[in-house]
Design a protein around this ligand. Structure first.
Ligand code: ADP
Length: 457
């Protein structure tokens, strides 16, 4: 049993972990940068430790400061949240060597899945379909050309250490391949300190469908169904839902089984997500595994009734999963809308600053996960997501009307937010009919419909 844990993160996910700990009787330590001195996680945790100035590289990414804070506060474990150090195998290793439990998989699993080229190779061996592409790193332009020719254009160049949509370039011909190859390498070096890239066939307008996995440390693995995350802008998810509008019981069974085999193939434990691309003919391909809790985990919680963060803590404490696959029931429909502090009328430019008025929606079936309060100042140093609206209802149609009702109620003043754009998307005929893919938002933006509608309004 953990007595006290440290949360190596900030914002809504830090709050999410604190809430789960409080309900389980576990004490919490929040670490914070000076930009987050007046933040909800800091105030709600039992203890807090300042770990440095605002830039993540001087605070939330400083392993030695986080470990010192953990040792000073005498914690049993560290929850990394998502982003920052959550998928850093070295951090998990340091935690292990300091006898502090890392609430996630071991460094071996993070490593096995963190390098996307190695991960795809492992999946191929486990007989899981993977997106067609290079079987190893692509060292130079000449090999890039050879691979692209074999796969056929379009292709996508991706960073082996990638994440958050960075280090990716799509190429439709040889000229854009050479440009994209060099640009992706540069971006990957800058973002991840690793310029290794690989090439995949670019699937035209697929759906992004991922499976939530829970695995304990005793060899039990199960999945909690899928999330459709195809509503993305620049490869960043905006709206997620479960079940997927295109899911059938047979496809869920096949994808769920593949997801469980993928986790087993690396001896996975704790919560994780297997991401797939699904083409028009409902063929699915393994894309990557995220070895941590995801931003969009609440949609799964809403339809299964399972608290994923509590399960993470219990698994890390050595408990066995309390369910079997056949006991997992899916009830109703859930939709999550990410609320970002950005201006959708100005190319989604980040919009940090003081939130002068904040009044979240409520009522039946509405959940808001957010660290914002009236007077809160959004720092410019971090991700622009300030809230997640999660709505659940018996049917997808009801969930859509409830989402629109809740978005209309959501009052945030002082900064621009993505809410008007989300309202536009959720209200669009194709979304309502469930007819969308990963290219949907780009099409909406290119068509000028959103801009025209807001001009009229
Ligand atoms: P990251 O880890 O940077 O988020 P992912 O590998 O998860 O990158 O890909 C993010 C998104 O990029 C996917 O959800 C999908 O929209 C798009 N994408 C990635 N690979 C392909 C591909 N081979 N074909 C088509 N789209 C792709």
């Amino acid at each position: 049993m953990f007595n006290k844990i440290l949360i190596a993160n900030r914002g809504e996910i830090a709050l999410r972990v604190i809430r789960a700990c409080k309900e389980l009787g576990i004490k919490t330590v929040a670490v914070y940068s000076t930009a987050d001195a007046d933040s909800m996680p800091r105030h709600l945790a039992d203890e807090s430790v300042c770990i440095g100035p605002p830039p993540p590289s001087n605070s939330y990414l400083m392993i030695e400061r986080i470990i010192s804070a953990a040792e000073i506060c005498d914690v049993d474990a560290i929850h990394p949240g998502y982003g920052f150090l959550a998928e850093n195998a070295h951090f998990a290793e340091v935690c292990r060597s300091c006898n502090i439990k890392f609430i996630g998989p071991g460094p071996e699993q993070i490593n096995a899945m963190g390098d996307k080229v190695k991960a795809k190779e492992t999946m191929r061996k486990a007989k899981i379909p993977v997106t067609p592409g290079s079987e190893a790193d692509v060292p130079d332009e000449a090999s890039a050309k050879k691979i692209a020719k074999k796969l056929g254009f379009p292709v996508i160049i991706k960073a082996a250490a990638g994440g958050g949509g960075r280090g990716m370039r799509i190429a439709h011909n040889e000229a854009s391949l050479v440009r994209g190859f060099n640009a992706a390498k540069l971006e990957a070096e800058k973002a991840f300190g690793n310029a290794t890239v690989y090439i995949e066939k670019y699937l035209e307008n697929p759906r992004h469908i991922e499976f939530q996995i829970l695995a304990d440390e005793h060899g039990n693995v199960l999945h909690l169904g899928e999330r459709d995350c195809s509503i993305q802008r620049r490869h960043q998810k905006l709206i997620e839902e479960s079940p997927s509008p295109i899911m059938t019981p047979d496809l869920r069974k096949r994808m769920g089984d593949a997801a469980v085999s993928a986790a087993r193939a690396v001896n996975y434990s704790n919560a994780g997500t297997i991401e797939f691309l699904v083409d028009k003919n409902r063929n699915f391909y393994f894309m990557e595994m995220n070895t941590r809790v995801q931003v969009e985990h609440p949609v799964t919680e809403q339809i299964t009734g399972i608290d994923i963060v509590k399960q993470q803590l219990k698994i890390a404490m050595g408990e066995k999963l309390p369910y079997r696959q056949k006991e997992i029931q899916f009830r109703g429909h859930a939709i999550e809308c990410r609320v970002n502090a950005e201006n959708p009328h100005y190319n989604f430019a980040p919009c940090p600053g003081k939130v002068t008025q904040y009044c979240p929606p409520g009522g039946f079936g509405v959940r808001v996960d957010s660290h914002v309060f009236p007077g809160y100042v959004i720092p410019p140093n971090y991700d622009s997501m300030i809230a997640k609206l999660i709505v659940s209802a018996d049917t997808r149609t009801q969930a859509i009307s409830r989402t629109l009702r809740a978005l209309e109620e959501f009052q945030i003043e002082g900064v621009h937010t993505s809410i008007p754009f989300t309202q536009f998307v959720v209200n669009s005929r194709d979304f309502i009919e469930g007819k969308y893919d990963t290219g949907y938002i780009e099409n909406v933006l290119n068509s000028g419909q959103f801009h025209n509608s807001s001009v009229k309004a």
